[in-house]
Design a protein around this ligand. Sequence first.
Ligand SMILES: Nc1ncnc2c1ncn2[C@@H]1O[C@H](COP(=O)(O)OP(=O)(O)O)[C@@H](O)[C@H]1O
Ligand SMILES: [Mg+2]
Length: 220
Amino acid sequence: MRNIKLFDPLQSAKTKYLFFTGKGGVGKTSIACATAVALADAGQKVLLVSTDPASNLQDVFGLALNDKGSEIKEVPGLVVANLDPLAAAAEYRESVIGPYRGKLPESAIQNMEEQLSGSCTVEIAAFNEFSNFLTDSRKAENYDHILFDTAPTGHTLRMLQLPSAWSGFISESKHGASCLGQLSGLENKKAVYKKAAETLADGSQTTLILVTRPEMLNDK
Ligand SMILES: Nc1ncnc2c1ncn2[C@@H]1O[C@H](COP(=O)(O)OP(=O)(O)O)[C@@H](O)[C@H]1O
Ligand SMILES: [Mg+2]
C-alpha cells in the first residue's frame, strides 16, 4: 500500500475561514461537519455555515437550523447556521418594498414584487448573507474558525467571483440595464464585498479544501 496521508482536520484548519467545496455527493458536508466537531472538541469556538441551497446539515445535526446560528448541545463550542437563499431573498425584497406599502398604488407594489422575484435577487441575497458572515468583525472575534459548507463547485465559484464582478459593475453603471440595476443600495455594500474578496484571497485568513472521492489509480 502506498503512503497515504489521511486528512487531519486539526492540521488542515490553520486559518480562520475554511471553505469545503467540490462536486455534489462527494462528502463536503460530512468532512465539514467532522472538521467542525473536531475543532470544537479541541476547545475552539466554531461556526459552521451552509451556503448550499440543497443543504442536509439539518439532517446531520437532527435540528431545525436558521440563518442566525444554533448551538449544538452535544458539541459545546459549535454553532451551526443554514443560509436559505429563498428566505434571504424574501427578506431583502420586503426591505426594499416595505416602505412603499400603503404609499404607492397596489399595481406599482405588484410591479416591484415581480421585478424582485427573479433568480438574480435570490443570488444576490444569498451572496449578501454569505459576505456578511465573512466580514462581520463581531463574528470574527467570537469564533476561532468559521467553516463554510458550500454548494457544488460551479455555484460556489460563481459566488466567490461575484465580488469582483459586482464592484466593477457598481462603479461602471449606476442604472439598470442588467438585473443588478433593479437593486437599490448596492453601492453601500461595495465596502463589504471588497472586504469579502480580500479575505477570500488572503491565504493567512482563508483555506479552500477541495473534497473529492478517492480512487486508486492502476499501477502498471
Ligand atoms: N468517507 C466516506 N465514506 C463513505 N461514505 C461517505 C463518506 N463521506 C460521505 N459519505 C456519504 O456520502 C453521501 C454524501 O455525503 P455528503 O457529505 O452529504 O456530500 P456532499 O455534501 O458533498 O453532497 C452521504 O450519504 C454520506 O454519508
Ligand atoms: Mg452537502
